[in-house]
Write a protein that binds this ligand. Structure first.
Ligand code: BG6
Length: 494
């Protein structure tokens, strides 16, 4: 270990090996918001033997990249001026288009002295093909005396066929062990805790099944609209943007069987089994199981906000959904007959990501109808904000009464552990540098979630009825309320 070992709060963390990371699309928004701050933060924690090469088309030059990166790391706390300058000194810029073979031929010169190489694809997805092909043709997939890894941002494909095609292209030049597909939800501490909560405690797993669980809800709600990302979002929609990846990851972690051990292989085996068990929605009954909607114009925090169709770079007759609700079933022994409700949308009442497991009611004969306030016991895993876990149960109201009302038992990450949780990208980058793929979805996971999603997309494509709308700042469309009400349940309050 060095004098300044990485302290990521993880016992098994090793020292990072020296490496060079090429960031394709370094001029983009993700580098500024996430990658550069994450790399700098890792540097501050002791990861010192590395070099960053920005690969992009614009005429920035190394000085230009360093200058801009200074702003990108400005808000990372706890750094001296000297540390900032040393870090910036590690950055270099390789100017090239993504199609030009000459750019790829020059990469070796930039990687001089580094046997370990990482390629980070943070470009619009229509450049992936060129970049992967060029990397492969120039022999950059090969591993000689060190490792070579490729990290790919979402969206990973736009349907089953294109995801499969991208996987095939990657497989031509890289082994599965070299490929790291990013889903930043897996970098979140609270998402990793789902598995530990389930399998690190004796009391949950015995009741984590259809004998005791009435239903499950998974919510990823956002308050913001599409903002400046209208161009991207218009071609994606919530089903592709949030459900195929983030929500399906939450779904598989919540419903999977216990893995044989904590290796990446075992965990991914169980996750993929859960995804493969999701019952396909047929075209015929799509409207019974899936709701899509778009936000209308309205008022948020006292200010007018435009309808989705009036957003920048969005078609005025767009049929792209900004909200999705689904009712799913997993055809497994454990989850037989248990409905799982998923909802995600933009411009909703507030930002909240959570998983709630709603347990069956106790027999009511002791209480009859005098206790309409009696709730189903609910375990709520709060992914964000306000990270923690809540157990909702019924308790007697004090006094001369047998009346009850629901009360909460709370665990909050902030007050219990008293330290900020690691930023998702920091954790994910570090894992990739160490070669730990546990928090990266495997090829078959991606393809099985796309297999399900593609049927829904196809069902919607065939349906020309008007897209429902919902008010900004609301809990979603009336159609979503009806979807869950038809199963005699209701959504948790946002
Ligand atoms: C991204 C989506 O993957 O996740 C965005 O492309 C969305 O549309 C974002 O806003 C939400 O992430 P988080 O971490 O803020 O919940």
């Amino acid at each position: 270990m060095t004098d300044n070992p990485l302290n990521l709060g993880l016992e098994s963390r090793k020292e990072a090996p020296p490496f060079v990371i090429f960031i394709f699309g370094v001029t983009g928004d993700l580098t500024a918001r996430k990658l550069m701050p994450a790399l700098f933060s890792l540097y501050l924690k002791g990861m010192t033997r590395f070099k960053v090469v920005g690969f992009a088309r614009r005429d920035w030059g190394t000085d230009g990249l360093r200058e801009r990166a200074r702003g990108m790391i400005e808000e990372v706390p706890g750094a001296s001026d000297e540390q900032r300058e040393t870090f910036l000194g590690r950055l270099e810029y390789l100017q090239s288009t993504f199609e030009d073979p000459a750019g790829y031929a020059r990469m070796s010169e930039y990687a001089e002295g580094y046997a370990n190489r990482i390629y980070y694809l943070s470009t619009p997805p229509d450049s992936y093909r060129d970049i992967i092909d060029q990397l492969g043709r120039h022999g950059h997939g090969e591993q000689a005396g060190g490792f070579t890894r490729i990290l790919i941002e979402k969206p990973f494909g736009r349907d089953f066929a294109s995801a499969q095609e991208l996987n095939q292209l990657l497989a031509r030049y890289f082994t599965e062990g070299q490929i790291f597909r990013i889903d930043h939800y897996l970098g979140k501490e609270t998402v990793q805790n789902i598995m530990l909560l389930r399998f690190g405690n004796g009391m949950f797993e015995p009741i984590w099944n259809s004998n005791y669980v009435d239903h499950i809800q998974i919510t990823v709600a956002e308050k913001i609209g599409v903002g400046t990302r209208g161009g991207y979002f218009e071609g994606a929609g919530t089903l592709r943007d949030m459900v195929q990846n983030h929500m399906f990851q939450l779904l598989s972690l919540t419903t999977m069987e216990p893995p044989n051990d904590l290796s990446a292989q075992s965990i991914r085996n169980e996750k993929v089994k859960a995804m493969q068990a999701v019952r396909p929605i047929t075209f015929r009954d799509i409207n019974e199981h899936a709701v899509r909607a778009q936000y209308d114009e309205g008022i948020v925090d006292g200010a007018p906000v435009p309808a989705y169709r009036d957003e920048d770079r969005v078609s005025p007759d767009s049929r792209t959904e900004t909200y999705v609700a689904l009712r799913l079933f997993l055809d497994t022994w454990r989850w037989s007959g248990v409905p799982i409700f998923l909802r995600s949308g933009k411009r909703l009442l507030r930002k909240v990501s959570e998983i709630s497991v709603h347990f069956r009611e106790p027999p009511r004969q002791l209480f009859t109808n005098r206790h309409p306030a009696m709730n189903r016991n609910t375990l709520i895993i709060r992914i964000q904000p306000d990270e923690g876990i809540t157990l909702n149960m019924n308790a007697k109201i004090p006094g001369h009464t047998t009346d009850m009302r629901p009360v909460n038992m709370d665990f909050a990450y902030g007050s219990t552990f008293g330290e900020a949780t690691l930023e998702a990208y920091e954790r994910l980058l570090y894992d990739a540098i160490l070669g730990d793929a546990t928090l990266y979805p495997r090829r078959d996971e991606i393809e099985s979630s796309w297999a399900f999603i593609t049927r829904v997309l196809e069902g919607w494509r065939r349906d020309s009825s008007p897209i429902p709308t919902y008010m900004p700042g609301s809990s979603g469309p009336e159609e979503a309320r009806r979807l869950i009400a038809s199963s005699n349940r209701k959504w948790r309050k946002l």
